[in-house]
Write a protein that binds this ligand. Structure first.
Ligand SMILES: Cc1cc2nc3c(=O)[nH]c(=O)nc-3n(C[C@H](O)[C@H](O)[C@H](O)COP(=O)(O)OP(=O)(O)OC[C@H]3O[C@@H](n4cnc5c(N)ncnc54)[C@H](O)[C@@H]3O)c2cc1C
Length: 323
């Protein structure tokens, strides 16, 4: 019987980083809660990640390998995962903080009539209960909550739990026969620009704001991001101005990210922007205004003109990478 079940997602034949992170904290919780760590993967390629799931400590892989699950739909996934929960009775059910994970977790919690803690950055098993810490009030405070019900459900904030391998062999595959119906149909899938790193998965993010002056100058952000191997991000001001798509927006009404390195250029640091990135491990801010609020949380403050600094930085990164 698994102590912890993790909803895992696969991209290009590999577990997504958010899933590897959720498995890693799941393994630690399983050691405390008792029972094993298990993974659930949906779609035709589900069984193909058994070895990788094992590497992160999963003993079992519940594989919903139906073509009908190749495209994510909330209803179908919720039905199949609900059946897996019923069959395996985990004490804890974890999700990575991806779009799908954040969509599916509350749906499961409602169906199972149990509690869910979303966007958590700490998890521990305490006196038979899952205790979670989650940022509140746009990251200005933290709430510690006990999640009630079985299983206790949580979605993990990306980059909050390091992905750590253990020495496990391939997970045993358990074929899931349940199938889910969905009233929604996927008509078309659009892949974002080739070579672009996803914001949720990124270790490094380069973000631009209104200091870029006009949309075409966002290429300065893209150039540095591509050179350094990072993802691009944006303030709401330039999303609202139509310079970049909303999928790149960081902040209270955009994505919440916690990369190892966040570089903000021409971003003032409004509280709503900080709500989405202040938990980044290292913050570098480039702004010509020495009083810009972003400098209050920056580890490295670069006071200057981004039109000079960004191209020079991109060149230096390219030179350093060439060696
Ligand atoms: C309910 C609500 C939700 C919101 N949600 C979000 C959200 O999710 N994300 C978000 O980002 N915002 C959000 N906002 C908007 C937020 O309040 C700010 O308006 C926005 O973040 C400002 O974007 P900005 O920093 O790009 O622009 P500005 O505040 O205009 O800052 C531009 C900065 O560029 C600097 N600059 C100018 N020229 C140069 C140069 N040549 N070189 C270097 N620096 C230069 C300036 O000194 C300035 O600091 C929200 C607002 C509300 C009310």
């Amino acid at each position: 019987m698994p102590g912890v079940l993790v909803f895992c997602e696969v991209s290009e034949g590999r577990l997504k980083k958010a899933s590897r992170e959720a498995l890693s904290i799941g393994r630690k919780l399983a050691e405390k809660a008792g029972g094993d760590l298990a993974a659930f993967v949906a779609g035709s390629g589900a069984a193909g990640v058994a070895a990788e799931c094992g590497k992160y400590g999963a003993k079992k892989l519940y594989a919903g390998a139906h073509g009908s699950l190749d495209n994510y739909t909330t209803e179908a996934y919720a039905t199949v995962l609900q059946q897996v929960v019923k069959d395996s009775s985990p004490s804890i059910l974890l999700f990575g903080g991806t779009s799908n994970g954040r969509d599916l977790a509350p749906r499961l919690a409602a169906r199972l009539n149990v509690g869910v803690a979303s966007d958590v950055d700490r998890l521990e098993w305490n006196d038979g209960k899952l205790r979670a810490r989650r940022p509140v009030y746009s990251g200005k405070a933290f709430a510690t909550v006990d999640v009630t019900g079985a299983p206790a459900i949580a979605t993990c904030r990306p980059n909050a739990f390091p992905a750590e391998e253990s020495a496990g062999g391939a997970a045993e595959i358990v074929n899931v026969t349940a199938q889910g119906e969905s009233r929604a149909r996927v008509i078309e899938t659009k892949i974002s620009e080739a070579g672009e790193v996803s914001l949720a998965e990124a270790d490094i993010i380069v973000s631009g704001g209104r200091g870029l002056k006009e949309g075409s100058n966002f290429s300065l952000i893209r150039d540095l991001a591509h050179a350094i191997g990072g993802a691009v991000g944006a303030s709401r001001a330039i999303v609202d101005a139509g310079w970049v798509d909303h999928q790149y927006q960081v902040g209270q009404t955009g994505r919440v990210v916690s990369p190892n390195l966040y570089i903000a250029a021409g971003v003032s640091g409004a509280i709503q922007h900080l709500a989405g990135m202040s938990s980044s491990k290292h913050i570098v801010a480039i702004n010509k205004d020495a009083e810009a609020p972003i400098f209050r949380i920056a580890d490295l403050a670069v006071v200057g003109d981004l039109f000079q600094i960004l191209p020079a930085l991109t060149e230096e990164v390219k030179k350093a990478k060439a060696h």
